[in-house]
Design a protein around this ligand. Sequence first.
Ligand SMILES: C[S@@+](CC[C@H](N)C(=O)[O-])C[C@H]1O[C@@H](n2cnc3c(N)ncnc32)[C@H](O)[C@@H]1O
Length: 422
Amino acid sequence: MSATYVCCAAERRFGKDSMGTLIQGAMPGEGQALLDRFAGQVQTIYLDPPFNTGKQFDLKVRIGEEGYRTGARTMMLPAYDDRWPDREQYLQMMRETLVLSRALLKKEGTIFLHIDSRMHAHMRLLMDEIFGENNFLNEIIWSYQTGGRAKTYFPRKHDVILFYAKSRSYYFNLKGAPMERAQARSNHMKRAVDEEGRSYRSIVSAGKEYRYYDDEPAYPGDVWDDISHLQQKDPERSGYETQKPLKLLERIISCATQEGDLVCDLFCGSGTTAVAAAKLGRRFLCVDQSPLAIAVAGKRLSLTTGGKETGFAYDVEAPCGADNCRAEAEVFPAISSYTVRLIDFACEEAEAQGVKGLDAVDHWSAGFIQGDTYRGCVSSARTGATPALKTVMEMPVCAGEPCVMIVDIWGNRRFYLPRRRY
Ligand SMILES: C[S@@+](CC[C@H](N)C(=O)[O-])C[C@H]1O[C@@H](n2cnc3c(N)ncnc32)[C@H](O)[C@@H]1O
């Protein structure tokens, strides 16, 4: 007998304080619901929207134990489509999202809009219009070495991050993101060692000598060339195309927010903003239209180490996957706990693509249903270090009905009441 399919509107964690919420929803449609709950509460917003590239982007997933163990079994799944019927529709989506973003911000809030040369000029004008020319702070150039080598024009090797404030009383702390002096640009300066043996670089301007000691931190300017794009084999890589490096978000969040502040990303993709925010002790509100993005972001959060522990707690609000699969799971009572066993998972659609049984499961958890909310207690995810899923897990006895959540490799989350063995 199979486990019974149920649908839960939200997923939350038992026991740990949640660092934030991942919401599956499309902008600007999701806008009003966000405003109803978060208007005027956000300290900083980072937006890395589609760039109107005319391309489709994929997630490279590893399949089953073999996929994680050897990397030999993988699949490219469509993550998002950046093809637009015309530029006006793209600009309209961005306009509405930026108006909404402004309303989400606190008076002291700021926004970072990541864009490239395709839409940069349009976005600069749109940002001036929505946030006000007087609230423009920086045009940050993120310069990197990766990408193609054009021959008919100079290779394009940078993105632009437009930085605006909501008002003149915005919060910003340049010293929040110190860099090692060696990383800062100083090639043109003279090197020397002072009488105490400390090495420094110096420059003379208008007759005055300025010294920059190697053992003192430097602070970033508006050209960032010390953060590289993720390399092919970078351990940070989730397989989600267009994923940005954590260092980039850590710099932004460290300078634009303080501990406990709310950070928002309305195109969160693989969850880089959420992970950076949680690591820095900030709360997050991250939205994406793609179920794959929400699944990847959630998995990254639960595998990230922060402080002494591995795994940040977070909430998910996302539609349930369709009731078109069959799960076999059972629950046994022990003295003060339950043992939950995941036996099988079968989906015709998955099997049609050659993915059978538990190979279709990327991660799962066990917990309890309370009202229309699933509260997870224990979880197991496939990773390079642990390619096999745990199929038996123990969880404490809590209020509510025992339940399992299965997230398949397509990012669909389904909930099942396991068969009771008592
Ligand atoms: C450039 S990617 C973001 C990558 C992300 N910064 C990261 O580090 O992984 C853009 C994301 O926007 C999402 N997206 C596209 N259109 C959207 C919309 N209208 N509403 C919400 N998300 C959208 C896509 O699914 C994609 O994940």
